[in-house]
Design a protein around this ligand. Structure first.
Ligand code: GTP
Ligand code: MG
Length: 215
């Protein structure tokens, strides 16, 4: 992976109940590491990862810098305000496939994210991804306490991408975040073309300042 300047910077938020593995997913994605004794997040944590996406129109590879915002799931640390969501290009909702209450708990997280990120004006400018984590604890798909079909249907109902992952074995992790990056890039490119059609052009600085993000 090149260390040069990225063509575009995007903001991605992770939300979900405490213990589902948000920080572990970011550790896995950015460092390929896993820590059984990882500390619960206090307040907000932040990681950056560069990825490449294909610009289908230009046939070129583009470097994206993913600014990954990790939040505390514990109620007592929850001081999230609209500022946390401001400029977000993607929201990742995480649950633990072995803990059904973390799946039902997503409804509240989704309502909060929708309140800040999905206005009537730009209904689908923010990409949503649902992640069912800790699949390493389920040798068989049927072992999941939250079935894949149930989660898929929830994702479809709320227009979210869906992935099953293990931060421990890294299964599905890079693919999930790469898909987010690709979808955000495509969305921003689409919005740029629309702007062009109206006679205005979004420049890279516009995109870098979170153009198309929420709030
Ligand atoms: P908060 O920061 O409190 O919101 O929690 P979190 O969602 O960031 O969870 P965290 O990453 O701290 O992980 C909680 C526990 O689950 C830790 O003991 C991790 O090692 C463990 N864990 C996380 N992901 C996985 C996974 O994919 N498989 C297994 N077996 N354990 C995991
Ligand atoms: Mg955490």
């Amino acid at each position: 992976m090149s260390t040069g300047k990225a063509d575009l910077s995007i903001k991605v938020l992770l939300i979900g109940d405490s213990g589902v593995g948000k920080s572990s997913l970011l550790l896995s994605f950015t460092s390929g590491a896993f820590d059984e004794d990882i500390n619960a997040t206090i307040g907000i944590d932040f990681r950056v990862k560069k990825v490449e996406v294909l610009d289908a129109h230009l046939g070129q590879r583009k470097q994206l810098s993913m600014q990954l915002w990790d939040t505390a799931g514990q109620e007592r640390f929850r001081t999230l305000t609209s500022s946390y969501y401001r400029g977000a290009n993607a929201v990742v909702l995480v649950y633990d496939v072995n803990e059904p209450q973390t799946f039902t708990g997503l409804q509240e997280w989704l309502e909060e994210a929708n309140a800040y990120c999905r206005s009537e004006r730009d209904e689908d400018s923010v990409i949503y991804l649902l992640i069912g984590n800790k699949v390493d604890r389920c040798p068989m798909e049927g072992d999941m306490a939250v079935s894949k079909a149930t989660a898929q249907s929830f994702a479809k109902q709320h227009a979210m991408l869906f992935a099953l992952t293990s931060a421990k074995t890294q299964v599905g992790v890079a693919q999930a975040f790469d898909e987010v990056a690709r979808n955000v890039f495509d969305k921003l490119s689409e919005m740029e073309s629309m702007q062009r059609g109206r006679g205005t052009t979004l420049r890279d600085e516009d995109l870098n300042s979170g153009g198309g993000g929420c709030c």
